[in-house]
Design a protein around this ligand. Structure first.
Ligand code: GLN
Length: 237
């Protein structure tokens, strides 16, 4: 975090990457940080603007193929996200945003280079993955089960330097077996919902990574009710 103790959350390209309520991830992390007493600054960066490099948490959402390809092209040309991550910033990316953090992805029948921030590649699957997505999180992260929904045509294959985020119990995720990936402080997922509204513990993990401070407990009665309902719908007890 910056020396002025202000948590800076950067919402990347809302004009290109913001499907299925992913903007809610910004609202959730802002709110949960404020409840822990952090002064928060939210910075929305459109695709014709350069990316600030002093952010603490960078958020990317999902997108259709065309906007996804354009976003990847602009982020590669800009270079700011890469420099921020190398400096130690947190990045959290959903679906199209997740795919473009890898080595390459497919959009509209063509292969595009990604940002090489996660060791993974995406191609196209035999069918579109649409519906509830749930799984047990990699024990190294110490999080409760993930819940959300997915809607993507791509499939993602992790290389040895990316850890799978979760083991699938419902849905397709990366490839029908695992879901999402992380390395260091960069974490990607296919979960919409928005992901951080349905998985507040994941939001708090990002907050811990960004601030170095374990978030204090807050009243999660309502998010817990939502989680219980959604997880019960896919067979969790
Ligand atoms: N365009 C990508 C795909 O279909 C990502 C879709 C999304 O972000 N929901 O795989």
């Amino acid at each position: 975090m910056s020396t002025e103790s202000r948590l800076r959350i950067v919402w990347i390209y809302p004009d290109l990457l913001s499907t299925y309520g992913d903007r809610g991830n910004l609202l959730i992390i802002e709110r949960r940080a404020a409840l822990r007493g952090f002064a928060v600054e939210c910075i929305e960066v459109r695709s014709d603007q350069s990316l600030p490099e002093h952010g603490d948490i960078y958020l990317l959402g999902g997108g259709e193929d065309g906007p996804q390809a354009l976003a990847a092209q602009r982020l590669r040309a800009d270079g700011g996200l890469h420099r921020a991550v190398v400096r130690g910033a947190v990045a959290f990316a959903v679906c199209a945003g997740y795919q473009l953090l890898g080595e390459s992805f497919f959009a509209k029948g063509a292969q595009y280079p990604g940002l090489h921030l996660l060791d993974l590649k995406s191609d196209r699957g035999p069918s579109r993955a649409v519906g509830e997505l749930a799984g047990e999180v990699n024990p190294a992260l110490g999080l409760p089960p993930l819940t959300g929904f997915e809607n993507h045509g791509g499939r993602t294959h992790l290389g040895p330097e990316a850890h799978p985020l979760a083991e699938i119990t419902t849905g397709i995720g990366n490839n029908g077996t695992d879901e999402g990936a992380w390395r260091g402080r960069v974490l990607g997922t296919y979960l919409h919902g928005p992901a951080l509204a349905r998985n507040p513990a994941l939001s708090d993990l990002l907050l811990l990574w960004a601030t170095g401070v374990t978030p204090t407990p807050i009243n999660d009665t309502w998010p817990e009710r939502l989680r219980r309902e959604r997880l019960a719908a896919v067979g969790f007890r």
